[in-house]
Design a protein around this ligand. Structure first.
Ligand SMILES: Nc1ncnc2c1ncn2[C@@H]1O[C@H](COP(=O)(O)OP(=O)(O)OP(=O)(O)O)[C@@H](O)[C@H]1O
Length: 354
């Protein structure tokens, strides 16, 4: 159902590409629905080839639709018989490689989309946007004189300056260092929110998606499997694929007990969503790395099978008595050897079962 107040509304979107031999086409997007309210930041999250960029291209007007409709501010911009040209959609775009004009300085890059304004006003507006992304002092710098993060902020200012209704961001952090990404994702969210900009981002990186977006859609094979707030996606994944894709975890076997409980090898858990499951039934229980706590005093032990040092913590793979393996994040001052048995406790809030 299309909401009258959505800034962006996509209904039943299908996009396909012709195959190389010209016969059987590739269906890249299948019956995709999504809505963004004004000021909301959405994100499409999925692995390579799942169709994220095809959705952005369809919103921009670069792809004709096989079926479905796209509305911007309730105006039909794409359908099988309508294709409003990209330049008339009031949609801004920030590309993976930022695509700044190398021969123009930061100010000129930002003023590029402001040709309709008299030159004095154009400069003032561009300077104002540069200051909103904290780059007033770099107005005269050329892209090659700016760091990756600064180039990205110029690209964002350039996209925001003409005040589009919607900004699309295609993997905006992928060319930057891993450490930088999380901080910049947080900065970008603050800039977008401070300027009440509606944005849709695509990424394959969950940390980025969660740091920036109000709503995240997990995509696979041209479909959105779940569109939800990050907290809900993490704690209440609707499908096994989503549970697997989000966070670090494993499934271990459990048996349903009376009173909506489930027994797993390392304890008894209360199910928040397990009603109507027949007692005695075997189910899979998701145990994430952050559900397991290391505790030297715990009587329950597991053997360290492998470990990855991540700076602040280790990601341990631990073997239980049955041979089943679980993951655990353990503060990095607890440096245990492979083969050692360490004490663990279960600390689960939301039990996810399939
Ligand atoms: N121009 C094209 N011609 C034919 N097939 C295409 C074309 N563009 C994309 N595809 C196919 O459509 C599917 C979705 O591609 P898309 O680029 O939307 O995925 P993506 O999730 O953005 O991937 P990535 O994260 O790698 O950029 C893929 O199977 C891809 O091979």
């Amino acid at each position: 159902m299309k909401s009258a107040h959505a800034l962006l509304s996509i209904q039943g979107l299908e996009v396909s590409y012709p195959s190389q031999d010209g016969y059987n086409g590739v269906i890249a997007i299948k019956n995709l629905n999504l809505e963004l309210m004004a000021g909301e930041i959405g994100c499409l999250l999925g692995s390579s080839g799942c169709g994220k960029s095809s959705v952005l291209r369809a919103i921009c007007g670069f792809e004709p639709l096989k079926s479905g409709e796209i509305f911007l501010r309730s105006k039909l911009v794409s359908s099988t018989s309508t294709l409003v040209p990209p330049g008339q959609r009031r949609v801004g775009m920030v590309f993976q490689d930022f695509a700044l004009f190398p021969h123009l300085n930061a100010l000129e890059n930002v003023s590029f989309g402001l040709q309709h304004l008299p030159s004095e006003q154009r400069n003032a507006v561009a300077m104002d946007w540069l200051s909103k992304v904290s780059l007033s002092d770099k107005a005269k710098s050329y892209p090659h004189e700016l760091s990756g993060g600064q180039q990205q902020r110029v690209a964002l200012a350039r996209a925001m300056a003409p005040e589009p209704d919607l900004i699309l961001l295609d993997e905006p952090f992928s060319s930057l260092d891993v450490e930088l990404r999380e901080r910049l994702a947080c900065d970008m969210r603050n800039i977008l929110k401070a300027n009440r900009i509606t944005a849709l981002l695509v990424t394959h990186d969950q940390v980025e998606a969660f740091a920036i977006a109000d709503k995240v859609g997990v995509m696979a094979d041209g479909k959105i499997l779940q569109w939800d707030e990050p907290y809900e996606l993490y704690h209440k994944p609707a499908t096994r694929y989503v549970a697997d894709f989000i966070g670090r975890g494993v499934f271990i076997k459990g048996q349903v007990l009376a009173g909506d409980k489930v027994q797993i090898e390392i304890g008894e858990l209360e199910m928040n969503q397990g009603h109507n499951i027949e007692i005695g039934k075997e189910i899979d229980v998701l145990i994430r790395a952050d559900d397991i706590q290391h505790d030297d005093n715990s009587p329950m032990h597991a053997e360290v099978v492998s470990k990855t040092f991540r700076g602040a913590d280790f990601l341990y793979t631990l073997k239980l008595q049955s041979g089943a393996e679980i993951l655990a994040f353990v503060p990095s001052h607890h440096n245990h050897a492979i083969g050692e048995k360490i004490g663990i406790t279960l600390a689960l809030d939301h039990v996810v079962t399939f």
